[in-house]
Design a protein around this ligand. Sequence first.
Ligand code: FAD
Length: 397
Amino acid sequence: MDFGLDPEDELFRQEVRAFLDRELPADWLGMSVSWAGYGAASGELEGPVRQTFYKKLIKRGWPTMAWPKAYGGQDASFTHQYVYNEEMAYRGAPESGGIAVTYVGPAIMVHGSEEHKKKFLGGIVRGEISFAQGFSEPGAGSDLASVTTRAVRDGYDYIINGQKTFTSGAHLADYIWLLARTNADVPKHKGLSMFVFPMKTPGVTSRPFLNICDVLSFNDVYFDNVRVPQDALVGEEDKGWYQAMTGLDFERSGVARFAGCRRAMELLVRYMKETKWNGRYLAEDPLARERVAETAVDIEVGRLMALRIISMQTRRMSVSNASSVSKLYGSELSQRLARLGADVMGPFGTLTRRSKWAPLSGFFELAYRNSVSATLGAGTSEIQRNILAQRGLGLPR
Ligand SMILES: Cc1cc2nc3c(=O)[nH]c(=O)nc-3n(C[C@H](O)[C@H](O)[C@H](O)COP(=O)(O)OP(=O)(O)OC[C@H]3O[C@@H](n4cnc5c(N)ncnc54)[C@H](O)[C@@H]3O)c2cc1C
């Protein structure tokens, strides 16, 4: 079996690498708050870099390269996206486009009206508009169908009342992509609809709160008699659940996690070779060596898993089980690796990047905190296991 990519993909890899060498600041490691392909949020240090950097990505059309040409994309192949995601994550580069690119844009292509397409798609391709995802509520996270935020018709408008939580970046977003209940008299997943409207609409209040990395990222968002026009509804009323579950066929290998882990492992090994503890190099410590070697095997397994998914996607096979396996495995691996790094560094591993004594600019201390999110966002590990048990193994609900 040949796991090599086409020469065209490898040429593109060189192009992305050269771009990253040129455009990322030399001290990027100490500024970034992303961990193993998972950016919990942008911190205040990386904010300005992120903006300038994103403009340069936009100029190349890379964030939306997978979009169809008809909507401003480049119809890029899965392998091209794979290479791009791998290189970006390996360097911990600021993630590009967020849900506007990976989720909202594709959903509008499939379910939006011509008006929606005109209004939003060009703006996303040009990097001009951003979105927050208003799904989770205090009583509806894993059990998303239990959403209680209500949207009630009033003439040509809808009136929205309720609360969302953990809404990433809502305080900075231009629009909200909101899942709300439009029908309470049917089974719960059949009474939900999708809406999109400006965050500045009267009656919308967002209250940001700090995440575990001390970054203002999450929000509670309140909707108090928010009046939106009928064209804020995306697709058909009461079909929001099905929309929430569909999207364009993007690269779903999870390679970003494994590439981020590979990079972190290289940093850790270098640190072990250069750092003495009680008179001998950490690289000579049998326990540390054993754990590092074991984790390196896990990272390689993950990389091969990602390549297999790309190969399946290229052959148009369904990857829903395989990508759940990759999410589960990769997110838990990223936590094991962050813990390993913190353990190897001993007491120094607890120093934040504000301390001049923090090894690797506090990279593993921050990773240790950041990695907590990995098994929660986009479906918790328990939910992934439930999905695999039911759909993968045919076990009862
Ligand atoms: C970094 C990050 C960013 C996020 N960004 C957004 C965002 O932008 N927009 C948004 O809408 N949401 C966002 N979320 C919220 C995320 O979708 C929810 O945290 C997630 O769906 C879990 O829901 P919950 O926190 O309510 O936990 P719960 O659903 O209350 O779960 C609590 C615990 O119970 C377990 N559990 C629940 N149900 C089952 C079950 N059936 N079987 C076994 N175990 C179960 C869970 O695995 C978990 O361990 C974000 C979360 C994180 C961590």
